[in-house]
Design a protein around this ligand. Structure first.
Ligand code: G3H
Ligand code: 13P
Ligand code: ZN
Length: 305
């Protein structure tokens, strides 16, 4: 059975580890993530963006996640970056056990009003809500202190936001961004800001844009023809520090995408005669499983199922 997210996240924050949340778009990614979670005895959140729902169909994704939840580990199905109220309501009705409302691009007051509304709908079905405050952007892009303060999560505002909305977990902006190109120069997170948020906000905190752009996997993809230029992710050490400071859910999409790409490219190059999609997907599946296992070790969720 798919489980609610909140008890897992509360426990993770209390025990200073993080539950990995992987974006899934198809059966291959889902199976890789679940295989890793079983092997590592880790709880796992599988999450689908609105783009994933558009690609695969919500019914298919829910059906696959329900099968995955028969595994002997806790599995949550979460809506990632829910913005479209129709999709959010459908997810709440149809079996998702956790919802994100992403009002981060809205003015503060509007974000409060909309988040509160979604919290009302979700709580009526005993589903928890992740909200977001602040803009996910690399610190290097914020040229001065004012720009940084305007974009990143303000600790006092975060406390007021949680109080006003009743959200269950909070995604914070501390210098990470989505995708493979997070930093131009030195990778850097605003850990001091995270500490100040964690001192005022006791609900589980969520780190988006947390992929590390793993050097070996990226090199493998490039060896087989990918062009990833100056791709750069978050340092493992920064992830661990963030978890010690209150982050209880860490979102990973890009690292699985790179693993998938590397595996597919390798198979196509190594097996010119293969036309069986299963053969061509095998290395990608293996690589994604390996990457998911590495994340579970890094986040401290291994052995916590
Ligand atoms: O938040 C971004 C995730 O990586 C999902 O990306 O909207 O392309 O599925 P997507
Ligand atoms: P990455 O792009 O760093 O994997 O972040 C994924 C994410 O935050 C999904 O919500
Ligand atoms: Zn995200």
């Amino acid at each position: 059975m798919l489980l609610p997210a909140l008890p897992l996240l509360k426990k993770a924050r209390a025990k200073k580890y993080a539950v990995p949340a992987f974006n899934i778009n198809n059966l291959e990614i889902l199976k890789a993530v679940i295989e890793a979670a079983i092997a590592m005895k880790s709880p796992v959140i599988v999450q689908t963006s609105e783009g994933a729902i558009e690609y695969a169909g919500m019914d298919y994704l829910i059906a696959m996640a329900c099968v995955a939840a028969e595994a002997p580990i806790p599995v949550v199905l979460h809506l990632d970056h829910g913005k479209d109220l129709k999709v959010i309501r459908q997810a709440i009705r149809s079996g998702y056990t956790s919802i994100m409302f992403d009002g981060s691009a809205l003015p503060y007051e509007k974000n409060v009003v909309m988040t509160k509304r979604v919290v009302g709908w979700a709580h009526a079905k005993k589903i928890s809500v992740e909200a977001e405050l602040g803009v996910l952007t690399g610190i290097e892009d914020l040229v001065n202190v004012d720009a940084r303060d305007a974009a990143l999560t303000n600790p006092d505002q975060a406390a007021a936001f949680v109080e006003a909305t009743g959200c269950d977990s909070l995604a914070v902006a501390i210098g990470t961004s989505h995708g493979a190109y997070k930093f131009q120069g030195k990778t850097h997170l605003d850990i001091q800001r995270l500490k100040e948020i964690a001192a005022r906000v006791t609900i589980p905190l969520v780190l988006h844009g947390a992929s590390g752009v793993l050097e070996d996997v990226t090199k493998l993809a490039e060896h087989y023809g990918a062009s990833l230029g100056r791709a750069r992710g978050v340092l493992d050490q920064d992830i661990q520090t963030a978890i010690q400071c209150g982050v209880a859910k860490v979102n990973i999409d890009t690292d699985l995408r790179i693993a998938f790409t590397a595996g597919i490219r390798k198979a196509v190059a190594d097996l010119p005669k293969a036309i069986d999609p299963r053969k061509l997907l095998e290395p990608a599946n293996d690589l994604m499983t390996q990457v998911a296992k590495r994340k579970m070790k890094l986040f401290g969720s291994a052995g916590k199922a």
